[in-house]
Design a protein around this ligand. Structure first.
Ligand SMILES: Nc1nc2c(ncn2[C@@H]2O[C@H](COP(=O)(O)OP(=O)(O)OP(=O)(O)O)[C@@H](O)[C@H]2O)c(=O)[nH]1
Ligand SMILES: [Mg+2]
Length: 1016
């Protein structure tokens, strides 16, 4: 076997210096340097003044310098698995038994957290027990493994661990005890003697129940996640001081009632259990600030409400208590299938079985929604009680146009918890069952599906129902029918009704006001109403709080009943009552012959023509924004025109690319949904190389001299990414993050990422061997190497992941830069022209200055480029920075509004960070920008601190996809806040001039400096 590649300590600082610098800039509070073969702490670490936690476990450290504690915030230093010989007597040391036995006497045991690892020897255990009995001042003890194994594979405790567990009763000095990842089966009895214990963790111990006596301890924190608990003892009621409780990953079918008696509780975690209800009792926990019930089959409150978190759940129960309850009795029936299969005919037959088929039924454009009702008895279940209510069942039949062009947008309309019907035409042999079944399974969260075989000519086509069912659990049944003669239609309709009535959300209780508003909106004939009108309707039906009204529109949006994009500055002012109004408008653009002829390019004038009907009057901006929201199109520079990438040419344009020397990352899918790549193109359009290298199934991106080519290979179910250039990794990370965001929008998507093998043989191959990322990460965590299947060479798994996608290896996230950078492909950048950019906030004073400046520069033959896009964000700013990098100048007009605007300040941060650009930046500081006095600066700092706090709060309540974006924003805000301390200095660095200095001089001084710079 090849020699294990270990990094020499001397080499490490050079390799990670850059990463550590980044961590310093990001002011990260923790750092993982575990398993890095360090024999001393890299010098850079001592400059990380925001560090609170550092993991130095599994290194070669023999001592720890005192000066580490010069880091003012440092709280925990994990030293487990090091050959430490001497320790400073400082708080926050996390050490293991061998270290304790060697150095314990050098330090006060109060300062340490001791880990008794599963591999502790009998001899060490004996010495330890004796030593602890003598010292009696240890506060924090952990027994088990440092990490936790997911699964049931917990190690059986050996005799040494048993010995320690048996002597726990004597350790009444302990305040915190953590038993983890051991197969214990029962809680050690000795713990009940630990009267000082404040925090007890019993995680991953295989526990089926908890002893009564736990309720007698005076705990503030208790966790027992990853066990087999189905209840907790009633004695928990006595835990009057308990603030944090974590019972996640246990087969609990409800939140145990006693929990609602814990008046001090602030944090409750019950993720990944089997909980169906968060009951109204939650209102009794007044101090609760966080609740985790993620990954539970919650039915009440409705899942859409529960997913929004604690506040939404509280609001829901409060409204129910105030206004009473009514029950939801409404569903969506979605009819899918290829063009001409008979979808519209079926929809009409459901509505009215006597409907006469039309010789030439118009092919459905977009989606038609047909309303249909039938009398029904629905069951409601709450608090374990069942009732049967007679109701009129309300169905919205969504009849989709079958044409291919609509497939890429299915994602937005195939809502979960609907009933699906797949119609296929017996005359066509080519219905791709696998495609449709996959689409429905993935996009609908496995909603029930029926197949209707429309035997137009009474010819039967056999489908292998049992084998399809074996693969697609949501496939309920298949029926043969002839829509023309009504043969078999009754059975189809009966089965559809039965499925509709059995959907889990039918009969869910809602605040009565919600139901009333829902009915009022339903009866409203308008396609859309303004937000104010919507709020007014809510008010009429008994709502008082604005938040409650918005919670309802959010719920209706999530159910696909209305469209209300609350986070979009333009769309938030409109509630679309008939989503098909929006989708039809969107499809008209995609179906327009002129737009198709122009390969997806269209202008505002064309939109005016396409949307000329009265129903679209005055709503063109909103409709265009809707298209962008669905990632169906993007704007070309300065909004001159728009591109819908679905309609682009399929032909790949020629461009040079070195066949070797780049990196190739592959994404392989079990099923590749349509539209991922076109949505990716929309999201990344600002980086499209030269604005031109894009086609229907691929795109080339360019960023700071690095290039990435992303191609969808639909028939092979994969997306292939090639990247090269000086910052290959940076660009790959951007591509990966964007793809991951898109993937996250398909909850059941199954795919695997493959990273290229870096071995001698693969390095220069156009098609290197690919390692599955998941496996690489597993090996990396174990510190193991992995073998290249092409050359047989061994490869350092951790290093490979760190070099290519460091963000995926969270524990070792310090991210080492690749040691060698490779040259980009030979594509030249456009030549630079002497231009002056201006960046400013859109307030009257700034605009006036810019107007004046533009005029003066114009007279002198210099072009001032004004930024016309008010909302220019991140990527476009980085783009902008790149253009500045090509020899141009930038005037920045700093005003009060500028200093409080996220976009302006992000720009400012980017500018300030780019050392080489500083002499080309010319700030003009307006008088309302009070930055030269400390009091003024403090106000802005406060402003940004408030923003940070608000975002931080928001972060606690969101999950998944949104998290990355919020986290990113938070980092930016933090950076802005930091920059403020030195902003006056930064500006001085950048030739700042006040308006006074310009007044009368006709910007003489500014223009002189600009000229000098332009000619430099
Ligand atoms: N003879 C006969 N004709 C049928 C039958 N079902 C549908 N048709 C006809 O087939 C044509 C297409 O049917 P539609 O119901 O419009 O098909 P669709 O699936 O809605 O098509 P798109 O909207 O284009 O996706 C119409 O002219 C129908 O009248 C049938 O069972 N027998
Ligand atoms: Mg149709």
């Amino acid at each position: 076997m090849a020699k294990k590649i270990r990094r020499a300590a001397a080499e490490l600082p050079r390799e990670i210096a850059d990463a550590l610098r980044r961590i310093r800039e990001e002011r990260r509070s923790w750092l993982g340097l575990d398993g890095c073969a360090l024999n001393e702490i890299p010098e850079e670490v001592f400059a990380l003044t925001d560090l609170e936690y550092i993991d130095l476990s599994r290194n070669e450290l023999r001592s720890i310098p005192e000066r580490l504690w010069d880091l003012p915030k440092l709280r925990d230093v994990n030293l487990i698995g090091n050959p430490i010989e001497s320790l400073p007597d400082r708080p926050g040391l996390v050490i293991d038994v061998p270290i304790y036995l060697r150095c314990g006497r050098q330090i006060d045991a109060k300062n340490i957290e001791l880990l008794i690892g599963v591999d502790t020897s009998q001899e060490d255990a004996e010495s330890l027990v004796a030593e602890l009995r003598r010292v009696r001042s240890l506060r924090k003890l952990t027994i088990g493994k440092w990490g936790i194994t997911i699964g049931d594979d917990h190690p059986e405790p050996g005799p040494a661990i048993r010995k320690i567990l048996d002597s726990l009763a004597n350790m009444d000095f302990l305040e915190s005890l953590d038993l983890r990842d051991l197969r214990l089966g029962a809680v050690p009895e000795g713990i009940q003697q630990l009267r000082r214990l404040k925090s007890l963790a019993l995680n991953a111990l295989g526990l089926k129940d908890l002893p009564d006596w736990i309720g007698q301890l005076d705990l503030e924190g208790f966790s027992a996640f990853y066990n087999k608990l189905s209840a907790v003892p009633d004695s928990f009621r006595n835990l009057g001081h308990l603030k944090a409780l974590d019972l996640g990953c246990n087969p609990l079918e409800q939140i145990p009632k006693v929990i609602f008696d814990l008046v001090s509780l602030e944090h409750l975690s019950m993720g990944e259990c089997d909980i169906r209800e968060v009951p109204a009792d939650i209102l009794r926990l007044h101090r609760l600030v966080s609740l985790d019930v993620d990954r539970n089959p919650i039915e009440s409150p409705p899942e859409e409400v529960a997913a929004k978190g604690l506040d939404a759940i509280r609001d829901y129960w409060r409204q129910r208590a105030d206004t009473g309850v009514d029950y939801l009795c409404e569903d969506k029936l979605i009819i899918l299938g290829e063009a001409g299969a008979g979808k519209t005919s079926l929809a009409r037959k459901i509505e009215n079985p006597n409907y006469k088929l039309r010789e030439r039924e118009k092919s459905t454009e977009g989606i038609d929604v047909i309303r249909y009702q039938f009398p029904s008895a629905i069951r409601t279940r709450e608090n374990g009680e069942e009732k049967v209510l007679q109701r009129n069942f309300q169905v919205n039949i969504w009849d989709f146009g079958g044409q291919e062009i609509y497939h890429a947008t299915h994602q937005f309309f195939l809502t979960k918890r609907s009933v699906y019907v797949l119609v296929c035409d017996d005359r066509k042999e080519d219905t791709d069952f696998s495609y449709w079944l996959h689409v429905v399974e993935m996009l609908s969260d496995a909603s029930p599906l029926l197949i209707v075989q429309n035997e137009k000519q009474d010819r039967t086509r056999d489908i292998n129902l049992s084998s399809l069912r074996a693969r697609f659990a949501n496939l309920r049944d298949a029926f043969a029918t002839n829509l023309d003669t009504n043969r078999g239609i009754d059975r189809v309709i009966q089965s559809i009704r039965k499925e509709l009535e059995s959907l889990p959300h039918v009969g869910v209780g809602l605040p009565a006001t919600w139901k009333r508003v829902r009915e009022a909106l339903e009866q409203d004939q308008r396609d859309y109403i303004s937000l104010d009108e919507y709020l007014g309707i809510c008010q009429q039906h008994g709502f008082t709080r604005r938040e409650d009204k918005l919670q309802l529109s959010g719920y209706l949006h999530d159910l696909g009943i209305c469209l209300h994009f609350q986070d979009d500055p333009l769309l938030k002012n409109t509630v679309v009552l008939k989503p098909s109004w929006g989708t039809d408008a969107v499809y008209r653009v995609l179906d327009d012959p002129e737009v198709i002829g122009a390969r997806g390019q269209f202008t505002r004038t064309q939109l005016g023509r396409i949307w000329s009907e009265a129903k679209y009057a005055g709503m063109q901006d909103e409709l265009l924004r809707l298209m962008m929201k669905f990632q169906l199109c993007y704007a070309l520079e300065a909004d001159r025109a728009y591109i819908a990438p679905q309609l682009l040419s399929s032909e790949q344009p020629p461009y040079p690319w070195e066949p070797t020397g780049g990196l190739v990352v592959r994404y392989e899918y079990e099923f590749l949904p349509k539209g991922i790549l076109t949505r990716f193109i929309v999201a990344m359009h600002r980086l499209i190389a030269g604005g031109k290298l894009v086609w229907k199934t691929g795109v080339v991106l360019e960023r700071e001299g690095s290039w990435a080519e992303i191609i969808e290979e639909y028939s092979q179910r994969r997306i292939r990414v090639r990247a090269s250039g000086p910052d290959t990794r940076g660009l790959l990370a951007i591509v990966d993050e964007q793809l991951e965001r898109l993937h996250a929008s398909f909850p059941r998507l199954k795919y695997e990422r493959f990273l290229p093998c870096p071995c001698g043989e693969c390095r220069d191959k156009a098609e290197p061997y690919g390692f599955a990322l998941e496996r690489l990460i597993k090996m990396a965590r174990k510190g193991q190497e992995i073998q290249c299947h092409a050359s047989g060479e061994m490869v350092d798994a951790a290093r490979l992941v760190r070099e290519i996608l460091p963000g995926t290896l969270r524990r070792e996230e310090y991210g080492i830069e690749p040691s060698s950078t490779r040259a980009g492909p030979p594509i030249s950048s456009p030549p630079s022209t002497p231009e002056v950019f201006v960046s400013y906030a859109w307030n009257p004073e700034s605009c006036a200055i810019v107007d004046q400046l533009q005029e003066t520069l114009g007279q002198q033959g210099i072009r001032l480029i004004r930024d016309r896009e008010e909302v220019r964000y991140k990527d476009s700013i980085r783009d902008f920075m790149r253009r500045i990098g090509q020899g141009k100048c930038v005037v920045v007009v700093i005003s009060e509004k500028y200093l409080k605007s996220e976009n302006c300040m992000f720009e400012m941060v980017e500018v300030a960070k780019a050392q080489g650009l500083r002499e080309r930046i010319f700030p003009i500081v307006l008088s309302d920008a009070n930055i030269y006095k400390a009091t003024g600066r403090i106000r802005y700092v406060q402003h940004w601190e408030n923003e940070i706090q608000e975002l931080d709060e928001a972060l606690k309540t969101v999950r998944g996809d949104n998290l990355t974006k919020l986290q990113e924003d938070l980092n930016i805000y933090a950076e802005i806040r930091r920059l403020f301390d030195g902003i006056a200095d930064t500006l001085r660095d950048m030739n700042a001039l006040t308006p006074d200095q310009h007044e009368g001089s006709g910007f003489e001084e500014l223009i002189r400096r600009i000229r000098m710079q332009l000619s430099a």
